[in-house]
Design a protein around this ligand. Structure first.
Ligand SMILES: [Zn+2]
Length: 96
């Protein structure tokens, strides 16, 4: 059963590339925000706010249909908005 929903903070627990076209992968141990999740094949496909996946059409996804398997992620928590703001501040500092 999948318990990840949009807006959740998740940790990447599997960054092994399962397919040769999956060039862009989330980083093991890093936290991401779920932008959306939908059923795909026999699992669920997750899109992240921080990272765009490789596209089945090639390059970085612009079709909006591509994503990573939900089993690559572990739900951390569903944050309150104040926590999200703190997290955004932290990630901004990391970028700088
Ligand atoms: Zn795509």
């Amino acid at each position: 059963m999948i318990e990840i929903t949009a807006g959740d903070i998740v940790e990447c627990v599997d960054d092994s590339a399962s397919r040769p076209e999956s060039r862009i992968m989330p980083e093991l141990g890093r936290l991401y925000t779920v932008a959306s999740i939908r059923p795909a094949g026999d699992g669920h496909s997750v899109r992240l706010k921080e990272l765009k996946p490789s596209c089945h059409l090639g390059g970085v996804c612009v079709c909006g249909q591509c994503g990573w398997d939900a089993t690559r992620f572990r739900k951390i928590l569903r944050p309150r908005s104040t926590f999200l703001l703190e997290l955004l501040k932290i990630s901004t500092l990391e970028v700088v």
